[in-house]
Design a protein around this ligand. Structure first.
Ligand SMILES: Nc1ncnc2c1ncn2[C@@H]1O[C@H](COP(=O)(O)OP(=O)(O)OP(=O)(O)O)[C@@H](O)[C@H]1O
Ligand SMILES: [Mg+2]
Length: 241
C-alpha cells in the first residue's frame, strides 16, 4: 500500500534523510522511533506532502505521489496528525470536523461529524471552542479530523507526547480500535515506547537520517547500533561485553 523508496532530503548542508526505504501493507501498524532530530517528522512531511524529497519516490497504492499536493493525497486516503496540534482554535469542535470532512471531498454532514466525535470520545464537547480543550482532548480532535478523511493510512506524529498515563492508555485503545474495526493502517512516530509496542511488533529506528534497525521490540533492546544511537558509544561497548 505504501512504499517509500530511497528517499533523501537536505536542508542547506544538513542531510536529514539519507536513502530511506520501507514498505507498509494494507492495515498494518508500523512504528518509527529515533533520537531527537533523526528525521522522523521530516519523513512524515514527505509522505503527507508538506515538503518534497530531493531524491527517491513515495508510492501509494502503486502510484508515485511525491509530486502530488497534500490536498490530493488526503483525498487518496492519507491523513495525518501533527506533533503540535493544528486546529482552528476559534471554531467549535464540531466545525473543526465538518471542515475536515469537506477537505476530504466527502459529504460534510453534521451526522457524520457527530459519529466521528463520538468514536474519539468528544461527544460531550461538540459545541466547545477547540482552543478551550485540554491537550488530550486536542489530540482526540486531531484524530477526529484525520478520521474525517476516511483514510487508508494515518500518519501520527507523537500523538502520545505530553499526555498522562491514563490518556495514553485510552488513546492507544482508540487507535487499536480504529485499526481493527476500520482496517486503517497506522504509521506512528513515537517516543512513548510502551504505548507503541501495545500497537505493533514492527518498528523502524532512524538515526542521523538512516534506518539502523527494522524488526520487533525484543531485538531492539539487544541491538548495539540502537543502543549507541540512544545512549552513546560508552554504553554500546559496555553492553557488548
Ligand atoms: N524546514 C526545515 N528547515 C531546516 N531544517 C529543518 C527543517 N525541518 C527539519 N529540519 C532539521 O532536520 C533535522 C531533523 O528534524 P526532524 O524534525 O525531522 O526530526 P525528528 O526526528 O522529528 O525530531 P523530534 O524527535 O525532536 O521531533 C533537524 O536537524 C532539524 O533541525
Ligand atoms: Mg519530530
Amino acid at each position: 500500500m505504501l512504499r517509500v523508496a530511497d528517499i533523501s532530503k537536505s536542508f542547506g548542508g544538513n542531510r536529514v534523510l539519507r536513502g530511506i526505504s520501507f514498505e507498509m501493507k494494507e492495515g498494518e501498524v508500523l512504528g518509527i522511533i529515533g533520537p531527537n532530530g533523526s528525521g522522523k517528522t521530516t519523513l512524515l512531511n514527505i509522505i503527507s506532502g508538506v515538503i518534497s524529497p530531493d531524491g527517491g519516490e513515495v508510492f501509494f497504492k502503486g502510484k508515485p505521489i511525491s509530486r502530488m499536493r497534500p490536498h490530493k493525497r488526503a483525498k487518496m486516503g492519507i491523513a495525518r496528525t501533527f506533533q503540535i496540534t493544528r486546529l482552528f482554535s476559534n471554531l467549535s469542535v464540531l466545525e473543526n470536523v465538518m471542515i475536515a470532512l469537506h477537505y476530504g471531498g466527502g459529504q460534510s454532514s453534521e451526522e457524520r461529524a457527530l459519529d466521528i466525535l463520538n468514536m474519539v470520545g468528544l461527544s460531550q464537547k461538540v459545541k466547545d471552542r477547540a482552543g478551550s480543550l485540554s491537550l488530550a482532548q486536542r489530540k482526540r480532535l486531531e484524530l477526529a479530523r484525520a478520521l474525517a478523511l476516511g483514510p487508508y493510512l494515518m500518519l501520527l506524529d507523537e500523538i502520545f507526547a505530553g499526555l498522562n498515563p491514563v490518556s495514553v492508555e485510552e488513546i492507544a485503545g482508540l487507535l487499536k480500535r480504529i485499526n481493527e474495526e476500520r482496517g486503517t493502517a497506522l504509521l506512528l512516530v513515537e517516543h512513548v515506547l510502551k504505548a507503541l509496542f501495545r500497537l505493533t511488533r514492527r518498528v523502524i529506528v532512524l538515526s542521523e537520517g538512516r534506518i539502523i534497525y527494522e524488526g520487533d521490540p525484543e531485538g531492539l533492546k539487544k541491538d548495539r547500533e540502537v543502543i549507541r544511537a540512544y545512549l552513546g558509544e560508552k554504553y554500546a561497548k559496555q553492553e557488548s561485553t
